[in-house]
Ligand binder design. Structure first.
Ligand SMILES: CC(C)(COP(=O)(O)OP(=O)(O)OC[C@H]1O[C@@H](n2cnc3c(N)ncnc32)[C@H](O)[C@@H]1OP(=O)(O)O)[C@@H](O)C(=O)NCCC(=O)NCCS
Length: 158
């Protein structure tokens, strides 16, 4: 499977595939088919995609936000793998790539990596725990009614 898997940064013509995949996997949580393309355009938001034989099969969207003065944090705004390609290591590959990019950059003082996951999303929680995230609190509800849980992971350089 990994032979033809390509991890690359977002191109403008990935937009439609990201919109469709968001509609497919996130619709139980809210109108992410609409939100995802909007987030991608925000400055300081980075989108990485997984491509298999020129087909976009997954993506991860991460934003860098300022907390206080020179202290920043990264927030994984979304990660998705097409249902036909799940459980083949792509979610782990996408998240590992982003963690490693953040750890390697030296421009900003990024304190930790955070994300939000639904209480019912055990697959997502399992992936995040395996990559070092722990629960850090709650943050209201998704439009779909699920409780939003916050998770975070310190950066290994700190
Ligand atoms: C969460 C998601 C991105 C995982 O992607 P994936 O490519 O299937 O994950 P991987 O194959 O890399 O699996 C990595 C780990 O995640 C966990 N995992 C993935 N799918 C799982 C499932 N269906 N049930 C339980 N654990 C699961 C496992 O711990 C797995 O490790 P293992 O293979 O050693 O058991 C994918 O299920 C998805 O797109 N879900 C819909 C969108 C979503 O919920 N995103 C997260 C919130 S933003």
């Amino acid at each position: 499977m990994n032979a033809k898997l390509k991890i690359r940064t977002f191109y403008k013509n990935d937009r439609q595939a990201i919109e469709e995949l968001s509609g497919e996997v996130f619709s139980i949580y809210g109108n992410y088919r609409k939100y995802l393309p909007e987030w991608i355009d925000v400055p300081d938001v980075l989108t990485i995609v997984a491509e298999l034989d020129s087909l976009l099969v997954g993506f991860i969207v991460v934003g860098i936000f300022q907390e206080v003065e020179s202290s920043f944090y990264a927030d994984i705004l979304a990660i998705a793998v097409h249902p036909l390609f799940q459980r083949q290591g792509m979610g782990r590959t996408l998240l590992t790539e982003v963690i490693s990019m953040i750890e390697q950059q030296t421009t900003l003082k990024i304190k930790d990596i955070r994300l939000t996951v639904a209480d019912s999303n055990l697959a997502g929680q399992s992936l995040f725990k395996k990559l070092g995230f722990t629960f850090s609190g709650r943050e209201g509800l998704y439009e779909g009614g699920q409780t939003a849980l916050r998770m975070s992971r310190p950066l290994s350089k700190l």
